[in-house]
Ligand binder design. Structure first.
Ligand code: UD1
Ligand code: MN
Length: 462
């Protein structure tokens, strides 16, 4: 009620002001003598300055109104969040490590999960011209799908490839899959030095169109987006349904991804329950909410959409949830990036094969307020060793260790020694959270971390 009153008051002020100004101006302009040029000019210039003044005032009023509204909506959001947060802090998960998954029934109940669990999570599959690939991907998406209504499958096809179109059509009749086609199949006008990247321009164009369909035509509230060369794990849906509750609640998160960039055999802890927060946008089977599309859609880039998302202008300090064991893996050897990255890296990422009933777990430990303090305390209390010591396994007796890096060269050196990804995007290492990259090395848990007084990512590191 208070909010309504204030808005009513401001709007009333705004209208009265406009009426008064209108009367003044009309009154003045009626007195204009058409035969006296000097007089007319003088009056017009007064009129102009009055209008300019009025516009300025209106602008000011509008700014104030906007400010007032955003303050009110912030207050409203805070008051809505409070009860849940209180419960979370009262009953923290039974934590051992920073990522332990204790059960906490009260969190599930008080979070009003019924409503969150009703939100439809469509699977958007991006396809082009690989008929076999899309069939393989769709087979698994449909095989593991627990519920047709909650998880409708929409395949968006680019490239106008008939064989692929026929392959998708088979799923339309039998499984209720929706098949949509990107209508603009024209060449992209790419300047010459960029021509070899035309494929990336097409992918970006397709993403934009398909996501506009999801949010503006089908009007969905969220989406799980996959590409046509991904296999999914049996608990893919459990994973996304459960993490959706966290994503929806925690505004410091902007996505949930199924992918671990360092998820190679022997580089991961064999714990399918283990989930993390990450500052690196992983993509490759990921979920986000409508409000993010309203923000990103209008400025969607012409090319390299995934690296664009990793830029601070887009990420704005937000994080994603990622699993220790990937819930997707890619078999897309033949693709736009020509398979080099695939042979060297992607094909080694392991797909989780166990089922974790994530929706029966309490995942409130992933919420920023709960996660960050524990994470920092945990990481910086670990014994410190060097990357060479880890590699030589000379400190094998320590189950979990920290390796410090202060410069980008030191990070790259440690990464090369230990076999993790050594690249940066906008200064962020793959899988990093607060600059910390966590993985397993010959059974030892390793966290390559910056010093404890770390002040944030350096975007010049590449
Ligand atoms: C890589 C990324 C991918 C990202 C893309 C753009 C990996 C493993 N893959 O694509 O996640 O989206 O860069 O930066 O890191 N497609 C079209 N139209 C085309 C060509 C392809 O819609 O003209 C679709 C494909 O069906 C597929 C997706 O775009 O779903 C990616 O294409 P792909 O050929 O698999 O390229 P990658 O090199 O894997
Ligand atoms: Mn691919």
């Amino acid at each position: 009620m208070r909010r309504k009153h204030i808005i009513f008051f401001v709007v009333a002020m705004f209208l009265t002001w406009n009426m008064l100004m209108y009367k003044t101006i009309v009154g003045k302009s009626n007195g204009v003598q058409p035969h006296n040029h000097e007089n007319v000019e003088g009056k017009l210039s007064v009129l102009q300055s009055e209008i300019e003044k009025q516009l300025k005032n209106n602008e000011q009023l509008l700014t104030e109104l906007r400010k007032l509204r955003s303050e009110l909506s912030e207050k409203k959001q805070q008051s809505q969040l409070k009860p849940t947060q209180a419960v979370v802090t009262q009953a923290p998960p039974k934590a051992k490590g920073p990522n332990s998954t204790g059960e906490n029934e009260s969190w599930l109940k008080l979070k009003d999960t019924d409503k969150v669990d009703d939100i439809v999570l469509p699977i958007l599959m991006i396809a082009c011209d690989r008929a076999d690939a899309v069939s393989r991907s769709l087979d698994l998406v449909l095989k593991h799908r627990p519920d047709r209504k909650r998880f409708p499958v929409i395949v968006s096809q680019d490239c106008g490839h008939q064989q692929t179109s026929d392959a998708i059509q088979k799923y339309v009749q039998d499984h209720g899959v929706v098949h949509i086609k990107q209508p603009d199949l024209g060449k992209v006008n790419v300047p010459w030095p960029q021509r070899k990247f035309e494929g990336y321009y097409k992918i970006s164009r397709h993403y934009k169109w398909a996501l506009n369909q999801i949010f503006h035509t089908f009007n969905h509230s969220a989406v799980i987006i996959v590409e046509d060369d991904l296999d999914i794990s049996p608990d893919f849906y459990e994973y996304f349904a459960a993490t959706f509750r966290v994503l929806h609640q925690d505004s410091s998160l902007w996505c949930v991804s199924a992918w671990n960039d360092n998820g190679k055999l022997n580089m991961v802890k064999d714990d399918p329950e283990l989930l993390h927060r990450t500052d690196f946008f992983p993509g490759l089977g990921w979920m986000f909410e409508r409000k993010l599309w309203l923000e990103l859609g209008p400025k969607w880039p012409d090319t390299f959409w995934d690296d664009w998302m990793r830029h601070p202008d887009q990420r704005q300090g937000r994080s994603c949830i990622r699993p220790e064991l990937s819930r997707t893996s890619t078999f897309g050897k033949k693709g736009v990036s020509k398979g080099l990255f695939f042979e060297k890296h992607l094909k080694f990422i392991q797909l989780n094969d166990k089922v974790v009933p994530f929706t029966q777990r309490d995942l409130s430990y992933l919420i920023k307020e709960n996660y960050d303090p524990k994470f920092v305390q945990y990481i910086y209390n670990l014994p410190e060793v060097t990357a060479s010591e880890v590699k030589a396994q000379s400190k094998k007796a320590l189950p979990e260790v920290r390796v410090t890096y202060k410069t980008k060269e030191q990070f790259k050196d440690a990464a090369k020694k230990l076999g993790i990804m050594d690249d940066f995007k906008a200064g962020v290492e793959r899988t990093a959270y607060m600059g910390v990259v966590s993985f397993s090395y010959q059974g030892q848990r390793v966290h390559v971390a910056p010093p404890s007084d770390w002040a944030g990512y350096d975007t010049t590191w590449s």
